[in-house]
Design a binder for this molecule. Structure first.
Ligand SMILES: NC(=O)c1ccc[n+]([C@@H]2O[C@H](COP(=O)([O-])OP(=O)(O)OC[C@H]3O[C@@H](n4cnc5c(N)ncnc54)[C@H](OP(=O)(O)O)[C@@H]3O)[C@@H](O)[C@H]2O)c1
Length: 300
């Protein structure tokens, strides 16, 4: 599987495996290792985490699985995030969710992640969400330190709009190599808010979280979900495909912005479906039919 170049020395797989729901999969260390080895076998070598996933547990679970096959580390790219102070029993002093992008918080969070993953370096660190209280000089200091110490190799953001991205980038002496945002046939927000245009302008390859809208488009309840389901089903039939998740991935992969879907399933057969879509070609009209089914009205 051809890798995608994000930064000077960073290549990731065109499909990433997301570990947000890892705790729900209830896998033993050995089962998680086997799943990971099978996922790598499919060509997916990049794994998406955040410090807070699974109430601060997922990074450690993955690190424990990796420790059973230490040779794997050099073959994979670990992506993780920092910046959200989540309400949690692990932090009883917190009374609300807040964001913290101070030098101290970013560095402490990365040190915790390194311990959790049982590794010396993070391939890609993302700021999880934009903050109304972000001091870009603190972020710049933290990123410089983390880069120079070799603890983090590359940096990016998540859920930023173009203005937030450009502002932060202007303070940094490292490059922001991606922005991880929600994109799916269900979520068109970034086609409408200028982010996709910004990615194209800056030659940035975005990562798409919840590419199946968290599974919503596969078990439709609302009118919009039903519209999309019917449309995806019709196109799957036209393309002779057995499952409509493939159409959703293909819709993302075919877009000119080089969107990198993050697959959130814990089931190998479903992850395999995503990989198989790399060769699917839908027509431009089919792409627009999905867009319009999501919008709920025709284009002018
Ligand atoms: N940066 C951010 O703010 C942010 C926010 C949310 C997520 N993320 C990242 O994005 C990743 C993906 O998000 P997501 O989990 O919401 O992705 P998703 O692929 O949209 O949804 C995955 C969910 O859909 C279910 N599902 C039902 N039918 C499926 C099928 N045919 N194929 C695949 N999945 C099916 C899965 O269950 P099964 O496991 O049973 O298959 C799973 O619960 C996360 O793991 C995380 O790494 C980032």
């Amino acid at each position: 599987m051809k890798k995608i170049k994000l930064g000077e020395n960073l290549k990731i797989s065109p499909i990433v495996h997301g570990h947000w729901r890892l705790q729900d999969w209830k896998l033993s260390k050995q089962e998680l290792l086997s799943l990971t080895e099978n996922v790598i076998e499919l060509g997916i070598t990049s794994f998406d985490h955040a410090d807070i996933y699974g109430d601060y547990s997922c990074e450690k679970l993955f690190g424990e699985a990796l420790s059973l096959n230490k040779g794997l580390r050099k073959d994979i790219q670990i992506i993780t995030k920092c910046g959200i102070n989540l309400l949690s029993n692990k932090y009883p002093e917190r009374i609300i969710n807040t964001y913290d992008y101070s030098f101290e918080h970013i560095v402490t969070s990365v040190n915790n992640s390194l311990t959790n993953f049982q590794t010396d370096y993070i391939d890609l660190l993302l700021l999880h969400r934009p903050s109304p209280f972000l001091d870009p000089e603190e972020v710049a200091k933290a990123f410089s330190y983390l880069k120079q110490s070799g603890k983090v190799l590359h940096f990016g953001v998540s859920n930023f709009n173009p203005q937030e991205f450009a502002m932060l980038a202007s303070y940094l002496d490292v490059k922001l190599v991606t922005n991880q945002v929600e994109i799916s046939p269900y979520c068109l927000e970034h086609f409408e808010n200028g982010n996709i245009d910004f990615f194209l302008e800056k030659r940035l390859k975005p990562m798409a979280w919840s590419p199946l809208a968290g599974g919503k488009i596969l078990s439709p309840k609302t009118e919009k979900e039903q519209r999309l389901y019917s449309c995806l089903t019709a196109i799957a039939k036209e393309l002779n495909l057995s499952s409509i998740d493939k159409i959703a991935y293909a819709w993302l992969l075919q877009h000119p912005a080089s969107i990198i879907p993050i697959v959130g399933s814990g089931k190998l057969s479903r992850i395999k479906n995503a990989v198989e879509t790399l060769n699917i070609k839908m027509s431009t009209e089919q792409w627009y039919r999905i867009y319009i089914a999501s919008l709920g009205n025709d284009l002018p």
